[in-house]
Write a protein that binds this ligand. Structure first.
Ligand code: DON
Length: 306
């Protein structure tokens, strides 16, 4: 299988769709991203990264960061995490508040905003959100073997300035005693990790361990236990695209995570990790053209967990 050729073919195949979907504008700093961008990268266990299009241009990964914070929180607190966040699909939008009232302030899963805020709260010791973010950056730079990865602080400030919904979610959960830290402390870490800027190539490389039972196949480093790795993949499959998760599983059949910056990360257990970027979104906040590209990738490779 010639992945270098396949990614080039996919760029040609999506060409008529380039620019489709709606760029997120509820975070003002995201609204000015060029909707015509498209990148794709596939990282494989031999350390290669096959990429095409704008695959080396960093973009705002937004909710894709929730996969990495979940991995870190599981490393740090283990299964106690599941006392404070569930693992069922919500069937609701990523920023929905409706279930929290009837479910004692326990978010349905770690990939919706409310769940990710709780996960982030677990990463913060003694109110030190900066230390949590430094740890996350260190870990991502190591996983991606690229020390240049950073946060786009303009995006983080823009999201905080317009973060009424996330503040509502966090205060509501705090009213049920489901946040350890001050609301603003937890949110300051959450806004910053959502504003991480990675390219498709960096993202695919950083997530490769999720395709290999929690072990980085290039460096041999064990990052997560095989069981926790499988569980993260299961949650990505069932919840990674919110109320669009069923459709993504139906069309692509791989654990995935979308972000409103237009990125999608897809894990191919035993094979590699793929990332796409195209800023235009569908109604659920998943990149339209990114999903088309991943459909083309699985059609050409036969990759699927089913
Ligand atoms: O909290 C938010 O609304 C954004 N920082 C992240 C949302 C997001 O990426 C949803 N994913 N498709």
């Amino acid at each position: 299988m010639n992945l270098a050729e396949i990614v080039k073919e996919i760029v040609a195949e999506i060409e008529p769709h380039r620019g489709e979907g709606k760029v997120a504008d509820y975070i003002p700093a995201l609204a000015c991203v060029d909707p015509m961008k498209f990148g794709i990268a596939v990282a494989t266990p031999d350390g290669e990264c096959h990429s095409a299009g704008d695959a080396d241009e960093p973009f705002s990964v937004q909710s894709i960061s929730k996969v990495f914070t979940l991995a870190l929180a599981l490393q740090k607190v283990g299964d106690d995490l599941w006392q404070r966040v569930g693992r069922e699909p919500s069937g609701s939008a990523f920023n929905s508040i409706v279930q929290l009232e009837h479910e004692r302030g326990i978010p349905r899963n770690p990939l919706i905003n409310a769940g990710a805020i709780v996960v982030t709260d677990h990463l913060i010791d003694n109110g030190d959100a900066d230390a949590a973010i430094e740890l996350l950056l260190r870990v991502l730079r190591d996983h991606a073997e690229d020390q240049s990865i950073d946060i786009d602080y303009d995006v983080a400030v823009s999201e905080s300035d317009t973060g009424a919904r996330n503040r509502s979610l966090a205060w509501f959960m705090a009213s049920f005693g489901n946040l350890e830290n001050d609301v603003e402390v937890a949110l300051s870490a959450y806004f910053r990790h959502c504003a991480l800027a990675l390219s498709c190539a960096q993202l695919a490389r950083a997530a490769l361990f999720l395709a290999f039972n929690g072990e980085d196949p290039v460096t041999g480093e064990r990052i997560l236990t095989p069981q926790r790795c499988r569980r993260i993949n299961a949650i990505m499959m069932s919840c990674g695209h919110y109320d669009n998760s069923g459709d993504f599983a139906f069309r692509i059949g791989l654990p995935g995570k979308s972000g409103v910056g237009g990125g999608i990360l897809a894990i191919v257990p035993g094979q590699g990790a793929a990332a796409t970027w195209s800023p235009g979104l569908n109604e659920a906040g998943t990149s339209r053209v990114g999903a088309l590209a991943l459909e083309a990738l699985v059609a050409r490779t036969g990759w699927s967990v089913f």
